[in-house]
Ligand binder design. Structure first.
Ligand code: GLC
Length: 813
């Protein structure tokens, strides 16, 4: 069943049926003021952090998982009938109520049609601002005049901190008040002075400023208000039938010792054909800030200028210009949709918010996970090198001087000042390792990709502090990352898995070994060796090379079983992922990473990938391993805690699908790479949204495998490393755009049925207008390029060949 469609030219997804299987969301704002909004206007807003800067409420995991939100109620005063500008929360019968939601780049427009009244509300956070706009246009499309009341309503939190607001009610209910200020409601928290942040040393003696939020309106007079949520809703009622709306009158009740809200009533008469614009404004700030913000919209509206419209366009221009850095046109619209807009946009969203704010992540993971963030960066390098570099430097500054990564990089990270525990003390006390084995190893592909895309080789010499103490060049940071894993090995000479490798559920400890990390280390060594050669450091290059040879032997002797790689070894000597095991006897990641790392080539690569195809593939992607754990598990394989076929327990974990696609392109299997992409492409599931559940425009964290009751259902929307791995597999693998230090390879690996396609890429400021000719029906292989009229053998264009605008014909064959 379909609930909407893609509008490619406007870069929007259009939800035409509001009763989607799950709330289908979008993100607004920036890291300064962030917001999430569903197709039914549910969601929440926060300043800087979803955990400690929460300004409006959202009830996680509630029955509909879609309340409350940013609601606009409408009431026909002739007979008292009422509805809402989004289908929820009043939920009029869809036979009489028309609805459309357009999710775009950092804005969402929700439209309604009911009884000849049309509304269109654009929700967005203007660029560089700390508040949000709900720009409402309301029109009478009927033949008679209408007497209406409109109610804008939002439920405030009583405390910035999500947990305090939700569970510490004996405190948080008694610190909030609201005041009506004519054109806005002002909420004041801790009016007598707030506790200053506990992050500040000695803060308990210091009183901070009260916290203020406002909800105001420009473009209409307020006729009544409610600042107390329950006064607006009434006792034993819901958002679907608020008392104030039913009666047609807010009760002018401010909040004192209860739940606060902003509810503003506007009464208006609309002549036939008449349209009005009313702008609601919500944000954090005191009365002065509120007045300044509201007055700017009042002035614009009365002066006839469209401030909100201009701001919305500014956002579109910014986002669209970012996306313009890579645009393609292939025979597959669903593929193009993801590359040109949605996968790229999701990469920016995961980059910005990490795993900190969605309808599943309530925000309490208050910072940047090391491995997640370093991988997220890879998804945007080809679109915004500068943004990528800034974040990459931050992550290098969160590397500990022993070479490992800080498990969580707080939003207020202070390089050089982070305290890390003594490793052996920590493990004596907790029985666990403090570090994840893979964290800092993600730096290698990310640094390499950044340097090659940007051409900024000198980044390698930039001096960056460590998280705890000291500083070093990027090159030395990387060497130290390798040393970290060399210093922590098991009995076969493979790196220890520590608290986790990429897989959060594998606790291999200080002696158990991870083959995923072994392949990552191999890859890191080969990248580092290349860097060392370029820097003319022969000793370092030889050092890296000798460890690669050592690992080559170990892979051959201990990790390869006939036609597949094993997943690791426990401290007690049990082989995880051996084909002789009853459970989990073939794993996805070691097969794909053997290829990505360069450790496996030729026959081994082919066999390993064939095993995946034959034993793990399903119509919704490849499972992480099979069969699921049911008997063997704790303490090492903690995924046994999940139901079989779910998440890390033989589910179709989404992030590794990108590695699978990439690995297939590396061995030249364009048809299979594309087949895998189609299996997991959200857009390809648009017509079957009732199976997939999640938004058909974003990847989720995992899809249920063959053992569950809901094979094909995806979970945990938006914030997942899948965005970046799939993006990388498309850009680097399928499209074959592979920047090099002094130029670029264009070496596509595509379905043989694609006879031609085009790519527009901005490479270091220069336009590459690429036409690929595959009349030969290849999967991979470039005969020659014609660059601005000049024929060049192979697939490499040197930078010196490039003008400002370049026409490039890629002839496959
Ligand atoms: C989640 C985590 C990620 C981890 C993955 C596999 O997606 O965010 O860090 O690698 O699960 O366990």
């Amino acid at each position: 069943m379909r609930y909407g469609h893609f509008d490619e030219s406007n870069k929007e997804y259009v939800v035409t049926r509001p009763d989607t299987p799950a709330p289908w969301c979008n993100y607004l704002g920036s890291v300064e003021y962030g917001a999430i909004i569903s197709n039914n206007a549910a969601g929440y807003s926060f300043v800087k952090s979803g955990a400690s800067g929460r300004i409006i409420r959202f009830r996680f995991n509630s029955a509909s998982n879609d309340q409350p939100g940013r609601y606009i109620y409408l009431r026909d005063n002739s007979d008292g009938d009422y509805w809402s500008g989004s289908w929820q929360p009043v939920c009029k019968d869809l036979d009489t109520y028309g609805s459309e939601c357009r999710h775009g780049t950092a804005y969402t427009v929700i439209k309604s049609q009911y009884r000849n009244i049309e509304t269109s509300t654009a929700y967005f956070v203007p660029m560089d601002k700390y508040y949000e706009v709900w720009q409402l246009k309301i029109k009478n499309t009927g033949l008679s005049a209408r007497e209406l009341s409109l109610f804008g309503m939002v439920e405030f939190t009583n405390h910035d901190h999500y947990e305090n607001d939700t569970v510490n009610l004996q405190y948080s209910q008694f610190i909030s008040k609201t005041y009506f200020k004519g054109d806005h409601i002002l909420q004041v928290i801790n009016e007598n002075g707030s506790e200053a942040s506990s992050d500040v040393e000695g803060s308990c003696d210091v009183m901070g400023e009260p916290g203020c939020r406002f909800f105001g309106v420009a473009g209409a007079e307020v006729s009544a208000f409610d600042g107390e949520r329950d006064a607006f809703l009434g006792a034993y009622r819901t958002y679907g039938n608020p008392k104030a709306v039913e009666k047609g009158k807010c009760s002018n009740t401010p909040a004192y010792n209860c739940n606060s809200c902003g509810a503003l009533q506007i009464d208006l008469t609309l002549k036939p054909g008449e349209e009005r614009e009313i702008v609601f404004l919500l944000g954090a700030g005191n009365e002065e800030v509120a007045s300044q913000v509201i007055n700017s919209y009042k002035a614009a509206l009365s002066g006839g200028s469209d401030l909100a419209g201009l701001q919305l366009n500014e956002l579109k221009t910014l986002w669209h210009s970012r996306l313009e850095n890579l645009q393609i046109s292939t025979p597959d619209r669903n593929f193009d949709n993801m590359v040109n807009m949605w996968n790229a946009y999701q990469c920016f969203i995961t980059f910005l918010w990490s795993r900190a704010a969605s309808f599943q992540y309530c925000g309490l993971r208050n910072g940047l996970g090391y491995r997640d963030t370093v991988q997220d960066i890879q998804g945007i390098i080809h679109l915004d090198c500068n943004l990528a570099r800034e974040r990459l430097s931050l992550m290098l500054s969160a590397q500990v001087s022993n070479g490992g990564g800080l498990p969580l990089v707080k939003f207020n990270h202070i390089p050089g000042k982070e305290v890390t525990p003594d490793e052996s003390e920590y493990s004596k006390k907790t029985g666990q390792s403090f570090y994840r084995a893979d964290d800092a190893l993600w730096l290698f592909p990310t640094v390499m990709t950044y340097i090659k895309e940007s051409g900024q080789w000198n980044f390698i010499d930039e001096v960056i502090p460590y998280a705890d103490k000291g500083e070093a060049s990027v090159y030395a940071h990387l060497k130290q990352a390798i040393q970290f894993n060399l210093d922590r090995q098991g009995s076969h000479g493979f790196p220890a898995g520590l608290f986790a490798d990429w897989n959060d559920c594998l606790r291999l400890g200080t002696k158990g070994e991870s083959m995923f990390v072994a392949f990552q280390l191999y890859y890191a060594l080969s990248i580092f060796k290349d860097f060392a050669q370029r820097k003319d450091e022969p000793e370092d290059a030889a050092w890296a090379g000798s460890h690669m040879s050592r690992l080559d032997n170990a892979f051959e002797n201990y990790a390869w079983e006939d036609d597949q790689y094993v997943r690791g070894f426990t401290e007690a000597g049990y082989t995880i992922g051996s084909k002789n095991n009853k459970e989990a006897n073939i794993w996805l990641n070691p097969q794909t990473w053997s290829v990505i790392s360069g450790a496996a080539g030729g026959e081994k690569a082919r066999l390993a990938l064939d095993q995946v195809y034959n034993k793990l593939n399903t119509k919704y992607g490849a499972m992480l391993f099979y069969p699921a754990f049911k008997e063997f598990g704790l303490p090492v394989a903690r995924m046994i805690l999940f139901n079989e076929g779910t998440k890390e327990n033989a589910g179709i974990f989404s992030q590794p699908q990108g590695w699978l696609i990439l690995a297939e392109t590396m061995v030249g299997n364009g048809n299979r790479a594309y087949e895998y992409f189609n299996e997991i492409n959200p857009a390809a599931m648009n017509e079957h949204a009732e199976i997939r559940y999640l938004e058909p425009y974003v990847h989720g964290q995992a899809t249920e495998g063959v053992d569950t009751l809901n094979h094909g259902r995806s979970h945990v929307h938006w914030l997942t490393g899948t965005a970046s791995t799939v993006m990388v597999s498309i850009v680097n693998g399928i499209l074959g755009l592979q920047p090099q230090y002094e130029g670029i390879n264009i070496n596509p690996c595509i379905p043989s049925s694609w006879s031609s396609f085009t790519i527009k890429k901005i490479f270091r400021g220069k336009l590459l207008d690429i036409q690929v000719d595959n009349s030969a029906g290849m999967e991979k292989g470039v005969k020659h390029l014609i660059v601005n009229g000049k024929t060049i053998a192979g697939c490499y264009v040197d930078y010196s060949e490039l003008a400002e605008r370049n026409s490039i014909l890629v002839v496959m064959g």
